[in-house]
Design a protein around this ligand. Structure first.
Ligand code: SF4
Length: 348
């Protein structure tokens, strides 16, 4: 529900595995590159992943071609292939539970349970890994302090799973690195109506999480980082901005803002000055929950998914109700009109 790509790129559809194999041959031959990287938003959902990865390893590994994998859902197969292509001692595995509590994961419709996470991490630890990276968002709609505290608790549970391995069979201490970013609502998603928070409110949320990390049993094995809140506020304005916000960008540039995504170049004071000079109010864009009948600047673009469906999903989110994925049941999002992909696959 938070993910724009998950709405924009509907319906799910797959590329023929023979086409991908052919691309790999042709690209290596015509470019001279020495690495093949599989990149997609959710590679584990590709039904021919096993065949494709096995093919790439068999065909190219012996020629010194490096195979690089995206973060896969952790299961026996993924660990096996990752073990074949990475140095386990050096590499870390990445999980993106996105939210710490099950209630919050239901709100965002992320179908991942604590058993999935601990089970996956456990398999990885048993296979020799001892480093795990975890990604979460703070400031999601309906978030409570309990949801925030669930993040360090989950990290600690993962560390506990590691220390269940008998000491003589462990690969030293484990290292669980948790990063949080602040949630930014995006157009064309069920969360496009959501409110955001002020810089200070974000910092205090991160402080709650930081504090709760210090209370955990395995705190020495846990590290916590959070994403900058000042940049989040700016991203929030421009993510759902209208034509007026272009004036702020022009004014910020005039004041000397350039290369802002390099943190050493980013100057928040200048940006705040630009808002003041142009009379654009950050609160109007970030701090109010939009009403369901508000007309948005992007409403004239038809992405296929209907606004009615997004509203319905927003209401489900408010009640922490999960919507099944398209392979289990069609929820009538609107893109079936294109008669492709998962919409026309037979469903039982
Ligand atoms: S129309 Fe149904 S099956 Fe197709 S993408 Fe939308 S919800 Fe999924």
């Amino acid at each position: 529900r938070f993910c724009q790509a998950g709405m924009l790129y509907r319906p799910t559809r797959e590329k023929d595995v023979e086409v991908l194999k052919d691309y790999a041959y042709k690209m290596l031959k015509s470019t001279g590159h020495e690495e093949i990287s599989l990149s997609s938003l959710s590679s584990s959902d590709y039904s021919h992943l096993r065949e494709l990865v096995t093919f790439l390893i068999d065909e190219f590994k012996s020629q010194g071609i490096n195979i690089s994998l995206p973060s896969l859902r952790i299961d026996a197969f993924s660990l096996d292939v990752m073990g074949q292509v990475q140095d386990i001692r050096k590499s870390s595995l990445t999980f993106a539970p996105e939210a710490g509590s099950q209630r919050m994961r239901n709100v965002i419709n992320k179908g991942l349970t604590v058993e999935d996470i601990i089970g996956g991490a456990g398999q990885a630890f048993d296979g020799g890994w001892n480093k795990v990276k975890l990604y979460f968002m703070l400031g999601l709609p309906t978030e409570t302090e309990e949801d925030m505290r669930a993040i360090p608790e989950l990290a600690d549970q993962i560390a506990r799973r590691y220390y269940e391995i008998p000491k003589d069979q462990r690969n030293g201490k484990c290292q669980i690195t948790t990063s949080t970013s602040f949630f930014i609502p995006k157009p064309f998603t069920p969360f496009q109506w959501a409110r955001m928070y002020t810089n200070e409110e974000y910092i205090s949320r991160a402080a709650i999480v930081k504090h709760a990390f210090n209370e955990q049993l395995n705190r020495k094995s846990l590290k916590y980082h959070w994403h900058d809140a000042e940049v989040t506020v700016l991203e929030g304005v421009f993510a759902r901005g209208d034509r007026k916000t272009s004036e702020v960008i022009k004014e910020a540039y005039r004041l000397g803002c350039l290369y802002d995504s390099w943190s050493d170049q980013f100057d928040n004071e200048k940006w705040m000055q630009a808002f003041e000079n142009t009379g654009i109010d950050i609160a109007f864009y970030n701090l109010r929950e939009r009403s369901l009948d508000e007309v948005f600047p992007w409403d004239f673009i038809d992405i296929g998914v209907t606004k009615e469906f997004l509203k319905q999903e927003w209401n489900h989110a408010m009640n922490a109700e999960v919507t099944p994925n398209c392979r289990m049941k069609c929820s009538g999002c609107g893109v079936a009109k294109w008669k492709g992909g998962v919409c026309i696959e037979s469903k039982n």
